[in-house]
Design a protein around this ligand. Structure first.
Ligand code: GDP
Length: 296
């Protein structure tokens, strides 16, 4: 489960602090050294760790904390608040257009879980009473189109593809037109991925963006890749401009570095977390609940 190692280490460190009763600045500093190590081991971006520890320390060594009746408890509260803040503080919702259809474009590297996530998102939106249409723009892998068709069916969503058409931009435009004509309120565009970020991919994605004007460009990224996930998010944001992130495979990520770093590094919120292979395995990302998971 996510934050396994981090949770144990932080809870032990903070328990010691609580056990001490009265605290000195030195006690706080020693504890923050441990917190720093635990975060680095969890693969949190080093700059994020540095800023985090600095903030917690500054807040913790204030007189109102150290001279309070329960200083250890206060420090735990501060750590909790700052962890939540690191992940965005409040839940970041999908930006639904007041004028349907809302266009959601999913981007990401191959294998990140894009196609699966498209189905999960469609199901999530269906449960909210929306009628989503999924558009298959991954023209390079025929299997990807079939896979999207299968998940669309399972989710009870409408599926659009244009067999034989080798122009992803054209497919996206045609799909959107159809959704408008038929009155669907959400359009999810599943785009091609590559193993690595390359110029051709970015050009194609930029062109789709220009033509379908998505309300949301969501990057699907594998949380198990840790720091890499952060770098990928940064690159996609620099070249394409993303609105948020869907973090996948949280069920297999024991460290949690990506979850803790992405918002702080890219300033883009994590909107959903995927926690398994089944279509139901998608949850809105709640920073405060995530923080509480770490501190128990
Ligand atoms: P794409 O290339 O980005 O479209 O990736 P796919 O949607 O084909 O997913 C790649 C693999 O990751 C598949 O085997 C999925 O079942 C798996 N996968 C996707 N999301 C999750 C998740 O949240 N948890 C787990 N355990 N597996 C996932």
């Amino acid at each position: 489960m996510i934050f396994e190692g981090l949770a144990e280490k932080l809870q032990n460190t903070l328990k010691n602090l609580k056990g001490k009763g009265k605290l000195t600045e030195k006690d706080v500093e020693a504890a923050m050294r441990e917190v720093k190590l635990a975060l680095l081991e969890a693969d949190v971006h080093y700059k994020v760790v540095k800023d985090f520890v600095k903030k917690v320390k500054e807040r913790s060594i204030g007189a109102e904390v150290l001279e309070s009746l329960t200083p250890g408890q206060q420090v735990i509260k501060i750590v909790n608040e700052e962890l939540s803040e690191l992940m965005g503080g409040v839940q970041s919702k999908l930006n639904l257009s007041s004028k349907p259809p809302t266009v959601i474009m999913l981007v990401g590297l191959q294998g990140a879980g894009k196609t699966t996530t498209a189905g999960k998102l469609a199901l999530n939106l269906k449960k909210q009473g929306k009628q989503p249409m999924l558009i298959a723009c991954d023209i390079y892998r025929p299997a990807a189109i079939k896979q999207l068709e299968v998940v669309s069916e399972k989710a009870g969503a409408v599926f659009f593809s244009d067999e034989g058409n080798k122009d992803a931009v054209d497919i996206a435009k045609k799909g959107l037109e159809k959704a408008k004509t038929l009155g669907y309120d959400i359009v999810i565009v599943d785009t091609a991925g590559r193993l690595h970020i390359d110029e051709n991919l970015m050009e194609e994605l930029s062109s789709i963006k220009k033509n379908v004007k998505p309300h949301e460009i969501l990057l699907v990224v594998d949380s198990m890749t840790g720091q890499d996930a952060v770098n990928i998010a940064q690159s996609f944001d620099d070249t394409l401009g993303i609105d948020g992130v869907i973090l996948t495979k949280l069920d297999g990520d024991t460290r949690g570095g990506a979850a803790l770093s992405i918002k702080a590094v890219t300033q883009k919120p994590i909107k959903f977390a995927a926690i398994g292979e089944k279509l139901e395995d998608l949850e809105p990302f709640y920073p405060d609940r995530m923080a509480s998971r770490i501190l128990g």
